[in-house]
Design a protein around this ligand. Structure first.
Ligand SMILES: Nc1ncnc2c1ncn2[C@@H]1O[C@H](COP(=O)(O)OP(=O)(O)OP(=O)(O)O)[C@@H](O)[C@H]1O
Length: 296
């Protein structure tokens, strides 16, 4: 549904995206993670053609590219970006905003009520935005893109400023949108939250994707133990070659190629570190993030 090929973006001498390629399909939620200033927004701007890359191609549905104004309009009918809180109109109501987006993309507003009910916004959605808190504004931004109901959605920091209950409410709604066949990109710093609904997480570093983590397929499991650098240094030569030591705190030993007996032996050996919690499971988004972005 969406293909990026060899995308490069430079601002003067600063290379932000460097020959980046990937493909994405409908019915997928793709998490995009990287430290501040790495290029997530730049990548979204390339996908939406707000920024022309210095090199590379963006293709929708096999052969649709930003080559003419007509083609751009055709792509923009299928693609909505998460509104910025600063773009909200203080004197308009939440419903007005949702209808604006619904009319602009879907050409109908029948579904607007269902959305604000599902997002539990009934108590304030008919009031003017100037009376809203930050969290209410953020939920409205999400309700607006939901009202646009486009096949592709680009969401930058969708959970910003939301409390736990609202993060959970919006996470559930994202999963429903995925079931409806949307392709959704979520750039986020709420890493553990991505594990709930993303199918894949892309880790962006030095202009390219350094790792793609698929959360659907059965992922490799590890014995995981918190170790100080000192403890780790003492035992590192006795650990299997393919172990990981992440962010100078988490020792991970893959168990995929171990029989049950060897796994037990390892658990027993490591339980000498009684004060530390030992767990067995796959690496999650926060752990991969530390692996790729932890600076010494
Ligand atoms: N118009 C511009 N001119 C020059 N440099 C820019 C411009 N826009 C972005 N940059 C630079 O490109 C880099 C990537 O910026 P971008 O906004 O894409 O990062 P980001 O990953 O979205 O960051 P954040 O998590 O803070 O939103 C940054 O170093 C930024 O300073």
């Amino acid at each position: 549904m969406l293909k990026l090929e060899n995308i490069s973006v430079k601002y003067k001498d600063k290379v932000v995206l460097d020959n980046l390629s990937f493909e994405a399909n409908s019915g997928e939620i793709i998490g995009l993670v990287a430290p501040n200033g790495t290029g997530k927004t730049t990548l979204f701007n390339v996908i939406s053609n707000f920024l022309k890359p210095n090199k590379g191609r963006v293709t929708f549905n096999e052969n649709l590219q930003y080559k003419t104004e007509r083609k751009e309009i055709s792509i923009h009918k299928q693609l909505a970006t998460f509104p910025d809180q600063g773009d909200l109109f203080e004197e308009l109501t939440g419903v007005d905003h949702m209808k604006l987006y619904a009319n602009m993309w879907k050409g109908s507003t029948k579904h607007v009520k269902d959305i604000y009910e599902q997002l539990q916004m009934e108590s304030y959605v008919k009031k003017k935005v100037k009376t809203y808190s930050l969290g209410m504004r953020q939920r409205l931004c999400f309700a607006m893109i939901a009202a646009a109901d486009t096949p592709i959605m680009l969401m930058d920091e969708v959970m910003n400023g939301l409390d736990i209950a609202n993060v959970s409410l919006i996470s559930k709604h994202l999963m429903k949108m995925k079931q409806d066949g949307k392709l959704i990109f979520v750039a986020s710093h709420l890493l553990a939250n991505l594990d709930l609904y993303a199918d894949r997480v892309l880790y962006l570093k030095a202009g390219d994707i350094v790792h793609q983590q698929s959360l659907n397929e059965s992922t490799e499991e590890y014995i995981k133990l918190e170790l100080t650098l000192e403890q780790y240094e003492k035992m590192k030569y006795t650990l299997p070659d393919d172990h990981l030591y992440i962010a100078e705190r988490l020792c991970c030993i893959p168990i995929a190629n171990m029989d049950m007996e060897t796994q037990k032996e390892w658990v027993e050996r490591l339980s000498d570190y009684k004060e530390k919690e030992l767990t067995i499971g796959p690496l999650g988004t926060p752990e991969y993030y530390e692996k790729y972005f932890h600076e010494k």
